[in-house]
Design a binder for this molecule. Sequence first.
Ligand SMILES: C[S@@+](CC[C@H](N)C(=O)[O-])C[C@H]1O[C@@H](n2cnc3c(N)ncnc32)[C@H](O)[C@@H]1O
Length: 233
Amino acid sequence: MSGAGAPDFFYREAQRLGYVARSAFKLLQMQNKYKLITAGSSVLDLGCAPGAWLQVACQNLGPLKNGGSVVGIDLKKVKVPTMHCDARVQTVCADVRNFPKHQIKALSPQQRGFSIVLSDMCPSVSGITTTDAALSTELGMRALEVAVGRSALGHTNSNIQMDGQSKPYACAPDDEGVLRPGGHLVIKLLESEDTQEFRRICSPLFRKTSWLRPKATRSSSREIYFICQSLLS
Ligand SMILES: C[S@@+](CC[C@H](N)C(=O)[O-])C[C@H]1O[C@@H](n2cnc3c(N)ncnc32)[C@H](O)[C@@H]1O
């Protein structure tokens, strides 16, 4: 359902086309614009329930013979949708905030990491704008850290702190990110004063960064997607 009363256009289209949620159209729009997922890509989908992005990601891998994989992680147990998904899709039930990066990387093909990391994670919305935005920033920073690793973020002097640490990027055994050089990262955020900080942190790490507010985003929502293309090596 649209969540805002009567079923809307994207909800009806999702039903008609066999997507499990209207959010499919957000990734479809990004895919049309930026061509992030290509044949044989290895995709990590953080916050994957109920599975619409798994469907869009798998569709864009092309035929089975091209290979590729999609790994979804969510707090909720997710059954891989039968439509638009095939054997290349798997899901894991876990909290991304404390799921070690080396274990996430172990889920990638040949344990070589992923070519795309997508994060559509969002907190259970409280309705208190500042609280929701702060939780969303925290999840966004975790997605960034999973993708590029703590060592890559060490130089940033970010004001945004993670896990309540006062020195957020102290060396740890789990330092490496799971995103391969040349790979892409998408992070959903709720707009706040911290949002621009993501661009400041990511601009030196990626060839290009952009913001997108998809057409399928409800007008009442503050969500925005931060798109980082081609991780520099
Ligand atoms: C908007 S939904 C994702 C929709 C999904 N992209 C789709 O198209 O079907 C956000 C998801 O983020 C998940 N989430 C929030 N915090 C998380 C966390 N710490 N670890 C894993 N998943 C999380 C929620 O359980 C929720 O299912």
